[in-house]
Design a protein around this ligand. Structure first.
Ligand SMILES: [Zn+2]
Length: 257
């Protein structure tokens, strides 16, 4: 790994914005195989505008896959520097530069990048999983009781029909329900299939499907295979239907308050 970690990075002014510096670094295509094929990755950097209040290095990856990490389209339609445009707005920063977002985006490494969504309609595959990753983080790091959180959220949103929109349909992307209803659906799935099957599902999914595109129905089949359960009714209620799932699916295991 040494040649990658200690490579000399040559920075120069970016073509699209002289105030930002660009470079190209060499990385292995697969870190599990550092002697295998290597690729070049374009990176950019920008110094703190106010060095006295600098808090450290912020490494940003705009997500993707397929999008540029260097530039984005500005409000006026021109090509602008991605980090410069996005991270200078304090209000946006307060909103989005949180640990939750870091955990969420990091988990896209497995759910979204290692296994990519087949189409926009399959975005629960990346967004529901990445949103639930922040729950897992809270549980692991801070001992948060996720069953209580689940019950509170069900109670809070029970009468809000918009909140319970379906997470998958073959003809339309699910939209923001993947970020709020998604983690609930996965927590219910965890209680439905049990701890050991659930952890196998989320761990083995990116391992077995790595480097491929997958659809949401593929994930459902995988969950059924690993758990050995017929999840048809459960998955329909949580992922294919609008509205609050009926009690048998809303309160699997010991979830019932
Ligand atoms: Zn996401």
């Amino acid at each position: 790994m040494r040649e990658f970690h200690e490579q000399e990075v040559r920075w120069s002014a970016c073509e699209f914005d002289a105030a930002v510096e660009c470079a190209t670094i060499k990385v292995p295509l697969d870190y599990a195989d550092p002697d295998g094929r290597r690729i070049s990755i374009a990176v950019s950097r920008q110094p703190a505008a106010d060095p006295a209040s600098r808090r450290g290095v912020l490494l940003a990856n705009p997500g993707g896959p397929g999008g540029s990490g260097l530039t984005t389209t500005g409000a006026d339609g021109t090509e602008v520097s991605w980090p410069k445009d996005r991270f200078r707005d304090t209000e946006l920063n307060e909103h989005y530069m949180t640990l939750d977002v870091v955990v969420h985006e990091q988990s896209h490494e497995w759910y979204g990048n290692a296994v990519a969504d087949d189409g926009e309609v399959d975005s629960c595959l990346s967004e529901c999983l990445a949103s639930y990753a922040t729950w897992l983080w809270d549980e692991e790091k801070d001992g948060v009781d996720l069953d209580s959180r689940y019950r509170e959220q069900v109670k809070e949103h029970k009468d809000d029909t918009d909140w319970w929109q379906r997470l998958y349909r073959p003809d339309k992307p699910p939209g923001i329900s993947t970020y709020n209803k998604g983690p609930l659906a996965l927590h219910a799935l965890r209680r439905q299939v049990g701890e050991s099957a659930f952890h196998r599902i989320i761990k083995e999914w990116p391992q077995t499907r790595r480097g491929t595109y997958a659809s949401w129905p593929d994930f459902e089949s995988f969950a059924e295979k690993i758990s050995g359960q017929d999840l048809g009714g459960f998955l329909t209620a949580w992922f294919h239907d609008d509205g609050v799932p009926e009690d048998a699916y809303l309160w699997p295991g010991d979830l019932k308050p």
